[in-house]
Design a protein around this ligand. Structure first.
Ligand code: HEM
Ligand code: HEM
Length: 153
């Protein structure tokens, strides 16, 4: 297929990745705010959101859904673009990095829906997975940036 027609696709990938990282940072901030609120019983607030734990929690949730959507979009772009260009998958370690990120994000999101006081280990799982996700994000960005060089004019 014609090269420039792929460049715009990788530009969307780069922008989506930037937004995913932004969502990740906001999730970390709101996650820590919830953690502190749970341990101190105070009510944190966030500009534009009601000053209650519910406000921070719903912001955390909204950001979480955004991050999951962006990562699935990136997966789709990666697979469609690679199939369109090569007709097959698996041309670098970017594939395994991408699949690991998708896997971790899905575990994080599913575990989040199961967090409740009777199952404290689920919260631990959610937080641990998200810390590992930070390294996986760095890996997928690095390998993605490396393979994108092939498409640059
Ligand atoms: C995949 C998207 C995510 C979703 C849907 C999500 C959702 C949730 C939910 C529903 C809770 C329970 C809140 C409560 O206690 O009532 C929670 C807790 C938490 N999340 Fe997330 N989250 C996501 C990603 C993240 C990320 C990326 C981080 C950090 C980098 C994070 C850090 C935390 C922390 C620290 C808590 C514990 C709060 C507490 O102890 O009360 N989350 N998350
Ligand atoms: C969560 C983030 C991402 C996921 C899940 C993801 C997923 C994938 C997958 C599964 C492939 C197919 C790889 C193969 O079969 O070899 C792929 C290819 C590709 N992705 Fe990503 N990707 C992500 C981020 C990025 C970023 C940030 C860039 C850089 C702008 C990027 C650029 C590319 C390129 C250029 C290819 C073509 C691979 C090649 O030519 O060998 N991706 N992506």
């Amino acid at each position: 297929m014609h090269l420039p027609s792929f460049l715009w696709l990788w530009k969307i990938a780069a922008w989506s990745m930037g937004l995913s990282l932004l969502a990740y940072i906001m999730l970390a901030v709101t996650g820590i705010m919830m953690w502190q609120a749970r341990n101190s019983q105070s009510m944190p607030s966030f500009p534009g959101f009601p000053a209650s734990r519910g406000g921070v929690r719903s912001l955390h949730y909204t950001m979480g859904i955004s991050m999951v959507s962006l990562v699935l979009l990136l997966l789709a772009i990666g697979i469609i673009g690679t199939l369109g260009h090569f007709g097959s998958l698996g041309h670098s370690s970017h594939l395994i990095a991408g699949l690991i990120v998708v896997f971790l994000v899905l575990i994080s999101a599913v575990s989040a829906t199961q967090i409740n006081p009777s199952r404290p280990w689920v919260r631990t799982l959610h937080i641990t997975v998200n810390i590992i996700l930070c390294a996986a994000f760095a890996w997928v960005s690095w390998t993605g940036w490396t393979v994108v060089q092939k498409y640059l004019p």
